[in-house]
Design a protein around this ligand. Structure first.
Ligand code: MG
Length: 385
């Protein structure tokens, strides 16, 4: 059987490194034909030495120069802002893992969907921005959108238990992040170090902060809305601090079907690659008797406004997703720089959404404009508060 040819976008990040660990166990089925990274050229050089892909994409020009100097033998290096899109167009591949953080993933994701490939999406931001566009494009080109986000992978798996029209609702589980049981007063004093302490998942800094504000779950509500064609009121969130049940689907007869597993991204990454096959995976298996009990709690939308924002954005569609995502990215960046406090992140996103002039059926250009406007508006908001 011919090997499947895989590209990894964001190979030096958390998803990318986990993807390579998964692929190390699947060398008989998959071949890495390209890697893409931002600026971490030393780690990328190690990955190139180990995996020997014929080409790489490096978005930071200085890093691409350093990489060229460090790598022996022939390697095609695409460089600059369009490097990932160039690489997608230049090589033959069957599947791409999109592990790039933030809105930067949008252009390469669209390109991969245009090419009609299997697109394993770990980047929720592109789906939040342009979910309607990506879904309809995938229908036209036959691209297979495979969720890698653990909750959406769980929903995708549970959906196989029934017909799409018989789904009553989808319940996304949330670890709740480090602050879910903190009083509002204490949350408002939270520092960057507090926000970076995730209780169950080991992830990059942006998504870890999103988990602490629960904006991650707001993004996931919108992601689920477009990935599975649900109405916003069919999507619920429940706090499940143990992160064992990765999400559930409830059907019309009241049966709930869940996917359980250890909190380990290698499982959903591998499933997105091998689907519909299931093969042995390096992540540890569950020991239910050792876990003994699992708990579920209603989220508090007063302390975590982001959940209400997520529902509202999923209901409105149009440009709302792009604005929410961009405002959040910019506000998280300001929090990381010490320019705003922790609770200002959500307040800012809500304020920017309120100020924005919504459009129902935006083109990609309009979405990009809404994204840029929202980032500027975050700076203006912060300047007057
Ligand atoms: Mg998730």
């Amino acid at each position: 059987m011919a090997k499947q040819r895989v590209l990894i976008l964001g190979s030096t990040g958390s998803i990318g490194q986990n993807s390579l660990e998964v692929l190390a166990g699947l060398r008989d089925r998959f071949e890495v034909v390209g890697l893409a990274a931002g600026s971490r050229w030393e780690l990328l050089a190690d990955q190139v030495a180990r995996w020997k892909p014929p080409r790489v994409a490096v978005s930071c020009p200085e890093a691409s120069e350093s990489l060229r100097g460090a790598v022996e033998g022939t390697l095609c290096v695409h460089s600059g802002a369009d490097a990932m899109v160039e690489m997608l167009g230049a090589c033959d591949f069957d599947c791409v893992i999109v592990g790039v953080v933030g809105a930067a993933a949008l252009a390469p994701t669209i390109r991969a969907v245009e090419l009609g490939k299997r697109v394993a999406i770990a980047n929720k931001e592109s789906f939040v921005m342009a979910g309607a566009l990506l879904s309809s494009l995938a229908e036209t080109t036959g691209a297979q959108l495979m969720p890698v986000d653990s909750e959406h992978s769980a929903v995708f798996q549970a959906m196989h238990a029934g017909r799409a029209e018989d789904v009553q609702r989808v319940v996304l589980t949330a670890s709740g992040g480090p602050f879910w049981d903190w009083p509002a007063e204490k949350i408002s004093q939270a520092t960057l170090a507090d926000a970076l302490q995730h209780p169950t998942w080991d992830m990059g800094p942006k998504i870890t902060i999103d988990s602490a504000t629960m904006m991650n779950k707001a993004l996931e509500i919108v992601e689920a809305r477009w990935l599975f064609g649900l109405r916003h009121d069919q999507i619920e969130v429940i706090i499940h601090p143990e992160s064992i049940v990765h999400s559930l689907v409830e059907f019309l007869d009241g049966s709930m079907v869940a996917q359980l597993g250890t909190p380990d991204m290698r499982t959903p990454i591998q499933y997105a690659l091998t689907y519909p096959a299931r093969v042995a995976c390096p992540s540890p298996h569950l020991d239910l008797a050792a876990i003994r009990k699992m708990t579920f709690h209603q989220p508090d939308t007063e302390r975590f406004r982001s959940l209400a924002i997520g529902h509202e954005v999923a209901r409105r569609g149009g440009t709302a997703g792009a604005v929410m995502n961009a405002a959040n990215e910019a506000a998280v960046e300001m929090f990381r720089n010490g320019a705003i406090g922790f609770t200002d992140i959500t307040v800012t996103v809500e304020e920017v959404l309120r100020r924005h002039s919504w459009s129902a059926d935006p083109s990609l250009e309009e979405l990009m404009r809404a994204d840029a406007w929202a980032r500027d508006e975050v700076l203006r908001c912060a300047a007057c508060s």
